[in-house]
Design a protein around this ligand. Structure first.
Ligand SMILES: Cc1ncc(COP(=O)(O)O)c(C=O)c1O
Length: 376
């Protein structure tokens, strides 16, 4: 008889990441492939990070500092917090998993948006929790509707600001009003993986300091996006000490490797690099908006490093046609897709290739048309 897995995971699907560049090169015999599918930093990472990693190579035979003391100290200094209020993890992914493992009991309700980072819902289900799914309004989190979804079974509420995949954000006033209303026995997890890209001034400032006022808020951040360290897997969470103590109970002892710790510390110290990445993203976003406007493509206003757009045709078909031509984006559902903002060359290549694909699909559509008009 086959070994039975836990019943809670029966309906779960493996996470589908953006296709690696080398896979696409091999599959289509291409030499140049551009990946705009996983919201990575097209500039790479700071040269200071590279140097820190080179220096850390001597210590590969030793276990990492399981407490991440130096990294916590650097983060605590940056935010004016205590190191005991900070917990680094193997990317935010690991923290999403840890929070669900530590807090979700079978039958607990977990409030999530319908179009958001999928791991919130997957990890709730994994623990036997019941996701309560709240639709976005105009592609943006509907905090009122989320508040009204609270019942006496609610355990966690996941907020993503700016949201992945839509790139939209809600403002500080809306967040504070929401937190003022949510009962404090319900944990609100505020994932701001893309906060460094935000251009709007009404974005919640210093979310990391919200723990002073609200005992139930947990703020998650990552080094995978603007800091350009996605391969190293390092992020961090800020919360009151009692929450950090609970999370530490289930944490793998050496969850953040030495290279990741050293790289993160060096990355924090190079804010010039962050400014460069921010400026490039803003320029790329404006270019893509303009190109989309010219092509009559609608999109959600983004405060992140990606744009959610309506590609008019089946998004899977657009994805496949682009991929054959060396551009990888992320199809979402129906006619919606997400493109990460790349370098200007990458953005231009994406737009040129998208125009080419549109022409091909338009010609195919016309050829298949059986009406009597002269559209052929
Ligand atoms: C909103 C959000 N949260 C968390 C993550 C996980 O990031 P990482 O595990 O690389 O820190 C992502 C990754 O794309 C994300 O978009």
């Amino acid at each position: 008889m086959a070994i039975q897995h836990r019943t809670e995971i029966a309906d779960l699907q493996p996470y589908k990441p953006g296709k690696p560049i080398d896979d696409v090169k091999r599959e289509y015999g291409l030499t140049h492939v551009v990946k705009l599918a996983s919201n990575e930093n097209p500039l790479g990472c700071s040269p200071k990070v590279m140097e820190a990693i080179r220096q850390a190579l001597d210590s590969l035979s030793l276990y990492p500092d399981g407490n991440c003391t130096e990294l916590k100290t650097a983060l605590a200094a940056k935010f004016g917090l205590k190191p005991s209020q900070i917990l680094p993890s193997g990317g935010s992914d690991e923290m999403v998993d840890m929070i669900s493992k530590a807090y979700v009991n079978p039958g607990d309700e977990v409030i999530v948006a319908d179009i958001t980072f999928p791991r919130y819902m997957a990890t709730a289900k994994m623990m036997g929790g019941t996701p309560v799914v709240v639709p976005l309004k105009n592609f943006t989190y509907d905090l009122d509707a989320m508040y009204h979804a609270i019942t006496d079974k609610t355990k966690l509420i996941w907020l993503c600001n700016p949201n992945n995949p839509t790139g939209t954000m809600f403002g500080e006033k809306a967040l504070m009003e929401f937190l003022d209303k949510v009962p404090q026995h319900i944990m609100v997890i505020y994932d701001e993986a893309y906060n460094e890209y935000v251009t709007r001034r009404d974005y919640p400032q210093e979310a990391c300091r919200l723990i002073d006022k609200y005992p139930n808020i947990v703020v998650m951040r990552t080094f995978s996006k603007i800091y350009g360290l996605a391969a190293l897997r390092v992020g961090y969470t800020i919360a009151r000490e009692e929450i950090i103590t609970t999370l530490n109970k289930i944490r793998n002892p050496f969850n953040v490797n030495t290279l990741a710790q050293k790289a993160a510390i060096a990355a924090l110290a190079d804010q010039d690099f962050i400014q460069k990445a921010y400026a490039l993203n803003k320029q790329g976003k404006e270019y893509l908006y303009q190109a989309f406007d010219q092509m009559d493509i609608s999109y959600a206003p983004s405060e992140a490093n990606h744009i959610f757009f309506n590609c008019r045709y089946d998004a899977q078909e657009i994805f496949e046609e682009l991929q054959k031509r060396g551009v990888i984006i992320r199809p979402m559902f129906a006619t919606y897709a997400r493109v990460s903002i790349g370098t200007m060359e990458e953005n231009q290549l994406f737009i040129e290739t998208l125009k080419e694909v549109f022409n091909i699909l338009e010609t195919k559509k016309e050829a298949a048309c059986t009406c009597c008009c002269d559209c052929k």
